[in-house]
Design a protein around this ligand. Sequence first.
Ligand SMILES: [Zn+2]
Length: 134
Amino acid sequence: MKAAAVDLAALVKAAREARERAYAPYSGFTVGAAILACDGTVFTGANVENASYGLTLCAERVALACAVAAGRRKFEALAVVAASATVPCGACLQSLAEFGTSWVLVLAGPEGPFHRLDLQALLPQPFALRGGNG
Ligand SMILES: [Zn+2]
């Protein structure tokens, strides 16, 4: 499936629904994410905060871990929904880059339009042990 054929609006909808399941009692900053695997499967995640703060899991990495644990390794797009369109943190960008650098990123708030970016624009030179990702 090519990124142009991806139903980004549906992916944002899935991320908005996932955001409702976020566990964010400390910051109140709820985030939902939805990942589209190349086989068309969608995996969702929500942020899971922890009293120690440092153990908090971002929604993006929760969704990615679910997808990888389900056996997926190739992905098309990631939608992230927060109180407003928010760029994923550096740790999440690097985690995405582990599985390729051609991700389409879709950022949105609870309602309204979404913004489309490419992972390469946000993380042009990810860390790589093998001399290149993707
Ligand atoms: Zn993050």
